[in-house]
Design a protein around this ligand. Structure first.
Ligand code: TRP
Length: 336
């Protein structure tokens, strides 16, 4: 029996943080380790350029950073094919073909695209580019070029997967049953909030803990996390429900520890500093193996590049096969 193909990826616009870790990476690794799937993971440099077209250096640099993050968290190149999006020309071709199958109004209604456009006023002003508005089409091409059936992503990506499914249905209804309709797979953890309590953890918000952060950086960041504003002195009675430190204890500490810190906080028996120190220690501990693997790859960059090139070569062959079927269906199968 053929193993189900997994297709997923990230934009290389910065290093990955614990939001990525809980939101999608853990799930991807769990699926990889089950041995039941055939996973592909792309570093979406073309998509990254849609909102960083004026900063190619940044994208180039972060292709490697994201690759190192993947390898450090446990994406295993023997089990998962890691590749660079821009090196698959078929994805660009498919993007053009699919652009006939989606309306501008539909793209403008896509909730993820809408939110992002609002956040990127600095870059786009009042009028967004064709490329950015159309990036969901490019993402549909990413997934379908590899006949991706399952797409493990964070919640914010759901509207993009829905858009891809619509494009697939439209394509198949016009040209014949060629494309595979993908399904999103969510992690059990929902989106992880930032250290400041913001709904989203992100680079531009300055509220993230990166997988690459040093012990000192982690401690410093945890010390700055937002706690119950009504609690000034240690013996004030605290409310862990509105404290980011309690929120992260839930992710990084044992159930027992979580229960203890919350009870002591509510009873005014434990100060925030002690609570934060304990949390920082647990985060440092959990991320330690990732940091250690990272230091290895940082000085063995040639291994990272080799993994990327081997994965990309394998991916190129798969996309070529899909393109043959697509061109045949679209009556574009000329031969010289
Ligand atoms: N949109 C994703 C992000 O913002 C990256 C991405 C590009 C992707 N192509 C994909 C995710 C295909 C899943 C499947 O990080």
């Amino acid at each position: 029996m053929n193993k189900k193909r997994i297709l997923t990826g990230d934009r290389p616009t910065g290093k990955l943080h614990i939001g990525h870790y809980f939101g999608s990476l853990k799930k991807r690794i769990e699926m990889q380790e089950s041995g039941e799937y055939d996973p592909y993971i792309l570093i979406a440099d073309v998509q990254a350029l849609t909102d960083n077209f004026n900063n190619p250096e940044k994208v180039r640099k972060n292709v490697r950073e994201v690759a190192i993050d993947y390898l450090s968290v446990g994406i295993d190149p023997k089990k998962t094919t890691i590749y660079i999006q821009s090196m698959i020309p078929e994805v660009a071709e498919l993007t053009v073909f699919y652009s006939n199958l989606v309306t501008i109004a539909r793209l403008q209604r896509n909730p993820t695209v809408k939110t992002e456009i609002a956040q990127k006023r600095d870059l786009f002003g009042e009028s967004v580019t064709y490329g950015f508005l159309g990036y969901p089409v490019n993402q549909a091409a990413d997934i379908t070029a590899f006949e991706g059936e399952l797409v493990p992503v964070g919640e914010d990506q759901l509207p993009l997967i829905e858009q891809a499914r619509e494009i697939v249905r439209k394509f198949n209804s016009i040209y014949g049953d060629v494309l595979v309709e993908p399904k999103a797979v969510l992690s059990s953890e929902k989106r992880i909030k930032g250290l400041d309590g913001n709904e989203k953890m992100g680079k531009s918000l300055g509220n993230a803990i990166y997988l690459s952060d040093s012990e000192e950086e982690i401690t410093k960041k945890v010390m700055s996390a937002v706690t119950d504003p009504g609690r000034i002195k240690k013996d004030d009675l605290g409310n862990p429900d509105i404290c980011m430190v309690a929120y992260y204890h839930n992710l990084f500490s044992t159930k027992e520890e979580l229960k203890n810190v919350c009870e002591e906080c509510k009873g005014g028996k434990r100060g925030c500093v002690a609570c934060k120190k304990q949390l920082a220690k647990n985060i440092i501990e959990e991320l330690k193996p990732i940091r250690e693997k990272r230091s290895y790859y940082e000085v063995h960059i040639e291994e990272v590049d080799k993994i990327l090139m081997e994965g990309t070569k394998k991916a190129q062959a798969v996309a070529k096969e899909t393109m043959k079927k697509v061109k045949q269906a679209m009556k574009l199968d000329y031969e010289i």
